[in-house]
Design a protein around this ligand. Structure first.
Ligand code: MTE
Ligand code: MO
Length: 166
């Protein structure tokens, strides 16, 4: 199992690129332009609350997070639901803000949340700024991580829990 301790391309990646890495068979680096190709594009009209600025209304476009991350082939057996339910995703911005999601939140068999990796916000292309995580079901804005530089996909050892594979 590949357990790299640093991303394949460091956080000094070119503006607008981000690395997908972790317990995956195919770690990769993508640009915002890559996100416009090869995946169905979705549009999300959202309102989220910012603790300091109040309600924010934005329109985002981009592919589903789950379709993009699935391309890296996470190291679980896709037919084993319990295995999938143990995976996490950590989505980080270049400024150090990061948020943790569970695989099950975005998995169609569990939470089925239509999270996006945006290519465009309010008709402004994000090629230079970098992609932004879009979480339409969230009431507040903290998980709308902008200028994403890395997405780590993997499992965490839970202190005290016996290990189990099935
Ligand atoms: N990289 C990064 N993304 C971030 C944040 C941050 O500090 N760093 N703040 C979050 C918070 S608290 C909010 S409310 C929204 C703000 O989005 P807006 O300013 O585009 O409306 O971005 C989120 N994404
Ligand atoms: Mo915020």
């Amino acid at each position: 199992m590949s357990r790299l301790s640093t991303p394949p391309h460091s956080t000094t990646a070119r503006h607008g690129t981000f690395a997908l890495w972790g317990e995956v068979a195919l770690p990769t680096t993508l640009t915002v332009a890559d996100l416009r190709q090869g995946w169905t594009q979705h549009r999300a009209d959202v309102v989220f609350d910012c603790a300091t600025a109040g309600p924010q209304h934005h329109t985002f476009e981009g592919p589903l997070l789950r379709e993009v991350v699935s391309r890296t082939r996470p190291r679980f057996d896709p037919v084993r639901r319990k295995e999938r339910s143990r995976f996490l995703l950590a989505v980080s911005g270049g400024d150090g803000h990061h948020t943790v999601l569970s695989w099950a939140e975005i998995d169609a068999d569990f939470g089925n949340a239509p999270m996006l990796l945006a290519t465009c916000m309010d008709d402004e292309e994000l090629d230079t700024a970098g992609t932004q995580l879009v979480v339409p079901s969230d009431r507040c804005g903290a998980r709308y991580v902008s200028a994403v530089t890395t997405i780590w996909i993997g499992t965490c050892r839970v202190p005290g829990a016996p290990s189990r594979k099935d």
